[in-house]
Design a protein around this ligand. Sequence first.
Ligand SMILES: [Zn+2]
Length: 345
Amino acid sequence: MLEKLEKIREEGFRRIAESSDPAMLEAVRKELTGKKSSLQEVLKSLGGLDPDMRKSVGMKANEVKNLFAEKIQARQEELIAGASAVEGEIDLTLPGTEVSGGALHPITQMCYDLNDAFRSLGFEVYSEDDISSEKYAFDNLNFAADHPARASMDTYWLEGTEDKRGSERLCLRPHLTGGSVRYLLEHGAPARFVYPGRVYRNETTDARHERAFFQYEALIVDKDISFSSGRVMIEAILEKVFGRKVNVRMREGFFPFTEPGYEIDMECLLCGGKGCKACNHAGWIEVMPGGVIHPNVLRAANLDPDVWTGFYTNIGLDRMVMMRYGVDDVRLFHSADLRFLKQFK
Ligand SMILES: [Zn+2]
């Protein structure tokens, strides 16, 4: 029996020494000292031995058990020390492993920069739900009852509400402007706020049209605002965003919720006004439709048009981003092509 124990010890020592990693060592430990191990079998059989033999075999078995514990502990320490040692020489001049991180999309970044620029002029940033209604998207904004934008060819009406009217007829907002009346009803006047967000159009997609895209709109409502203060504000915003003075011009435009409406063009920053692909060789680029708020819209917001006035500005985020980065094809920004987008990190 003692010889058997000696064999168990020898075999055990060999197995421990051969263990090359902590998991393997743990498996060996279970094999050598677990319930089904040869060592435990010897200990279980002690009862059947005569007293002298029982004593010496018991002592030897316990000695082997303790030796295994010591050896395993020592081997474990060796393995841990070995794992942290670096083999070979370290070249400290090698570049480190690059950590790749995400970044804001250039259009999102532009939106945040505009928020900062407008906040510095005392504007609040307001957000409205994506689901709107006929009342907010059209009725409040002076759209004629038969205006084509109300048709389901242009607007996504929500299932089950098509036959209803006004606030009962729900849609995905086709523009942001509905949020302006909602804000005015909640906060009253005077007010100055921006309301960026995603809008939805039920149209066939092509190079210049998407079913969902971002808009950025601003509205000021106050007493005695002059028409030209809209232009001054826009020039101030452009200067903040582009870090230099940008030439703008105003043209007539028509929108149901304005009277008069206008289009604001900025000088093409890519060609400096000479004409290029981005500005369609005009030297100017349309960036901001807008206009003086229509009296009917003020009435919808419970404001007296004889007391209050104001103006809208809708900023084309895509165009602004093109001008900022000198990219002449807007589709690239919507392409989700990371090779392109990574340049703007
Ligand atoms: Zn140009």
